[in-house]
Design a protein around this ligand. Structure first.
Ligand code: GLU
Length: 319
């Protein structure tokens, strides 16, 4: 039997919500409400170098002003290290994770020696140098064996997953990203491990998030398999693009949305709803047209969402 719907919004507190993050927040909330499920919030504050003081609290305030209230107390990833540690230990014990002593220069050198010079702009595929052991180097980071196989240079099986909006997806993780980092050289937990551990720990059945994260999904499915955790259903939402067609993000200076007044909050929700293809401007049939506050407007949006994105079964693959 399918688990009851549990959705979540998982912002990194690197700044306040911007137009793009409101899309992810609203879409995940609408999907949960349309399915009669729970909607949780998780503050992904593990990358302490990028976290901005006060941003997490600011995001929670903005969500409240938008009328998007979580059904449970938000989780904070900074308090969950012991769980990430246990997951890493399990992967190590299973021979699926290993310590890596390579520096950036060391990786670049190894790739160059293989005739694969690295370019600054492209993410490098780790050449697997430390799979056979540290060879005297001190351990710096921990990596996942992306091929699930002990022989070097082996290409793994492509990971197939399905997106409710983008359709069938696949990625050969070994070839596309290689043995990726689970714990960084600076001691910080990597997003991939933390997100997989916490989605499972919170019982998340449906992940709804921005399309910029779609590329991480195969890595996450690989980790779910390694840790014998279920794979949730995925829906990646359209991105808000800047005027120049580039992705809008906190890094590229996306400005925080103003949610201070009910009118401002309503405008922010309407902007997000347009990106999601809801009929914000033409809707005359429901309470949406005359709504003055998020609380008045949201129920109509749930109704529209329900017809646009019929509820899908959640867990797609139980170990
Ligand atoms: N914390 C991530 C971000 O803000 C999102 C993680 C997720 O939804 O899986 O980009």
């Amino acid at each position: 039997m399918a688990a009851a719907y549990v959705g979540r919004f998982a912002p990194s507190p690197t700044g306040l919500l911007h137009a793009g993050s409101v899309v992810a927040a609203l879409a995940s909330w609408l999907d949960a409400r349309a399915a009669g499920g729970q909607w949780l919030v998780r503050i992904e504050d593990i990358d302490t170098l990028r976290c901005v003081p006060g941003a997490a609290q600011g995001i929670l305030t903005q969500l409240g002003q938008l009328g998007l209230w979580p059904d449970k107390t938000p989780w904070w990833q900074s308090q969950r290290s012991a769980h990430y540690e246990a997951a890493l230990a399990k992967l190590v014990e299973q021979g699926q994770a290993y310590p890596c002593g390579c520096t950036r220069q060391g990786i670049a050198k190894a790739l160059a020696a293989r005739g694969e010079p690295t370019q600054r702009s492209t993410e490098r595929v780790y050449p697997g140098t430390c799979r056979q052991g540290l060879q005297g180097k001190p351990a710096r980071a921990w990596r996942l064996r992306s091929d699930g196989d002990a022989s070097p240079g082996q290409t793994g099986q492509a990971i197939h997953w399905s997106d409710r909006r983008l359709g069938a997806q696949q990625q050969d993780v070994a070839r596309a990203v290689g043995d990726f980092v689970l714990k960084r050289a600076d001691g910080l937990w990597a997003y991939q491990l933390a997100v997989v551990v916490d989605d499972a720990a919170q019982g998340v059945t449906h992940v709804v998030r921005g399309e910029d994260l779609a590329d991480n999904t195969a890595r996450q499915v690989l980790l779910q398999r390694g840790l014998a955790l279920p794979t949730p259903a995925y829906l990646h939402t359209p991105l808000v693009l800047a005027a120049d067609g580039q992705k809008l993000s906190k890094q590229t200076g996306a400005t925080p949305v103003c949610t201070d007044t009910p009118q401002a909050a309503l405008e922010a929700l309407k902007g997000a709803a347009r990106v999601l293809g809801l009929e914000v401007d033409r809707d005359t049939s429901s309470t949406m047209a005359g709504a003055q506050t998020p609380a008045d407007w949201l129920p109509g949006a749930v109704g529209q969402w329900r017809t646009r994105w019929p509820t899908m079964p959640g867990i797609v693959n139980t170990p």
